[in-house]
Design a protein around this ligand. Sequence first.
Ligand code: HEC
Ligand code: HEC
Ligand code: HEC
Ligand code: HEC
Length: 439
Amino acid sequence: MSLRTWIVAVPVLLLSSTIAAGSAVDAIGAHRHLGVASCSNSVCHGASQVFRDSRVAQNEFAIWQETDPHAKAYAILEQPASREIARKLGIGAATEAKICLDCHADNVAAEKRGERFQIADGVGCEACHGGAELWLNAHADKKVKRADNVAKGLYATEDPVRRAELCLSCHMGTRDRMITHRIMGAGHPRLSFELDTFTWLGRPHYTIDEDWIARKGAWNGVRDWAVGQGVAARNLLDQLVDARSGWNGIFPELVLFDCHACHKRMSDRSWGPRQGTGLGPGVVRLNDANLVMFRHVLAAVDKGAEKTLLEHTRALHRATTESREATLAAARRLQASLAELLPKVAAHPFDAASLKAILADIEADAGNGEYRDYEAAEQAAMAAQSVVVAFESSGAIDKAQAETLRARLDAVYATVKDENTYAMSKLQSALRALRAAAP
Ligand code: HEC
Ligand code: HEC
Ligand code: HEC
Ligand code: HEC
């Protein structure tokens, strides 16, 4: 709770690197990776206790190694589940397959690996912080500015847009790190991600306090949620228009579509209209969950743009039933709107009025039947959580109100717990109850 109390208070300061060129994958792989062993010395980040007179805790390695799932990401590839996936795909050992290593390890090119680099370290420090070749010595010197380290290849993890691009490169897949329906078909778990929720799922190796904010700028969970949705929506379109990642034979790449549009029981009879697609029954739908969420973001940032985004999204859905050319044209139009809107969203203050607008928009969309598809429903639950936590930390509600909101949020989550038994009507009433208890 303590770290969330700093949210909202400080304006957005450091968004300069938002427009940095190149994909996250390119930036991370630009310089030599020296290996986790180069970070884990006890006077560096391998301390067992928090260092008092240092800007950072210096026990990051211990936290990562003991509690962070990323430290086990490579080990996952040695397990029976991975062997089974690899066998079905006919790709040899998962621990050797580029397609798996790209997301389950720090799989930079052989010539970008230093002497102490070990692929078995999994998603190590440099998989997120960038190759340390040029900044390893400089970054511990208090006289050196962060911007100088960033210029030498330290990844700007403090910037929400860059952070979203980084996480999504593995948690959604991108043009350069692909997850495909064939991998899903072989048994890989469906990927789902929300930046704010996933940041706090485990035990982070960093603390967002006054000192962090002074050094690195504002932290705002709902802004991170908002930015994460915009970046994910853009990523979907980037993959869709890319000839290599968007298409597979005569079919578009199915991983970009809503899994539950196809994977349903024949007896369900659950079809109904969705304003966000405008499609009739029996049509395979793109997974537009992040576009649906980004409209809720715009409810707080730019109402006019929300309407336009809805029109453009409907046009994209319609285009997928017409032709590949029409789909590409509609996707490009949406890409252009997102490019324009993302910086606005990243700079938006997301105050209490914004939170109310977002929650009201979510509830209204629920009422309209927009969460018929499970993946949008799951995102709506995570969005609701982000908003509830922000209400708590903004001080807009007292303890009793917070407890009621938490209980109702749990009820929202319960309705999306199992994708196979999800029923929209339950989510609708749970969201209505949540909204009724909010300021
Ligand atoms: C685009 C990135 C990406 C690719 C490519 C990828 N994975 Fe994963 N994988 C993930 C992520 C992210 C998770 C964690 C999902 C979660 O829990 O939200 C995961 C989870 C898993 C799990 C389940 C782990 C658990 O704790 O239950 C297995 C098994 C797995 N991956 C194996 C593989 C294998 C084998 C390959 C290669 C064929 C592969 N993955 C390719 C990103 C990827
Ligand atoms: C999955 C991605 C990821 C991995 C892996 C990772 N980090 Fe981080 N790290 C982050 C993010 C996100 C932040 C928070 C944003 C920031 O402070 O820039 C952060 C922050 C930090 C900070 C700064 C804290 C502060 O107060 O300024 C240090 C130091 C750090 N990480 C060290 C490490 C070390 C050492 C490792 C490896 C043992 C590691 N990180 C692995 C993502 C990662
Ligand atoms: C290089 C690829 C990669 C990057 C970058 C990455 N992750 Fe992961 N992440 C994974 C894999 C693979 C797993 C699954 C590991 C496992 O199951 O042990 C995972 C697991 C997780 C989990 C646990 C999920 C669960 O279901 O419990 C969280 C939370 C998470 N990542 C958050 C993040 C965040 C936040 C970022 C960005 C700051 C990020 N990750 C960046 C690959 C990555
Ligand atoms: C256009 C329809 C369609 C979409 C969308 C789709 N799938 Fe599939 N899926 C199929 C078909 C067809 C098969 C192959 C069934 C077979 O081989 O008998 C399949 C197979 C699978 C299997 C293997 C099932 C088995 O019995 O072994 C899994 C798991 C799976 N898909 C997961 C997913 C996930 C996760 C998504 C969303 C990211 C998704 N699918 C999206 C049509 C689809």
